[in-house]
Design a protein around this ligand. Sequence first.
Ligand SMILES: [Fe+2]
Length: 304
Amino acid sequence: MRSSSVLRTAAIAGAALFGYAAVIERNWFALRRCEVPVLPPGARPLRVLHISDTHLTPGRHRLLSFLRTLDSLDPDLVVNTGDSIAHEHAVRPFLDALGPLLDRPGIFVFGSNDLYSPELKNPARYIWRTSADEHRRHVPDLPWAELGDSLEAAGWMNASNRRGRIKVGDADVEVAGVHDSHISRDRYDRIAGPADPAADLRLAVMHSPEPAVMDRFVSDGFDLLLAGHTHGGQVCLPGWGTLVTNCGLEPARARGLSQHPSGAGPGRRAFLHVSAGLGTSPRAPIRFACRPEATLLTLVPRIG
Ligand SMILES: [Fe+2]
């Protein structure tokens, strides 16, 4: 084959792959389900809807439509692990799409992209550079406060560097969370301390699953850690999986359920669920071998 033909074939294949990643897979939403044995013996199962990283811009109609379907899962609790918006006018469409989910018990934390609008960059740049480098701006330019106030007005708990207690059905849930460690806004010392062993569930919520932060949650006795941020790698290699996590977490745990040990030594472990997220930055609008997702976690009694 002549070299010009090879180049033409490679260009066509590249354009087809990009088109698939930008148009088809980016809008091919998946609902994942998994069971987590984390409740006391005999407890009634709890359905927890975990959403993350919607990075919403007002024109993402398919994403908004998918969000509107999630209330039909009848979750007992909704947890949103941040990076919800990517546009100054995204708060209202985000709230409208959540709709009746806002009437359910809910918890949220902020991610860096709730504060700072996306900047123009090479979409593949995150593979070799952490996006923390991009958050050198110090004055947020997105309506994160409006987003937080609206969610709190609906009754959701803002767990960004906060700790509290909520009732989910009959269950007494202790909740602690941090703001985004990816931009050094986490303040664990404000929420540090042993979790209450009498609570039915000890739940930790964060945007970035930084191992050092998770070590502290596990050492304090939290049973279930929920995070987002990684996008599951966003562009993955078929047959291999995640290439990068954009944080200190290893690629094998970039999405789905795993366990996290206590940094204090052997013994205690907690379940970790990382959502691959529902969106992408508008500046890197592709997904490959890593569909956008929401997850319904069914919490059931511990084994043994
Ligand atoms: Fe994100």
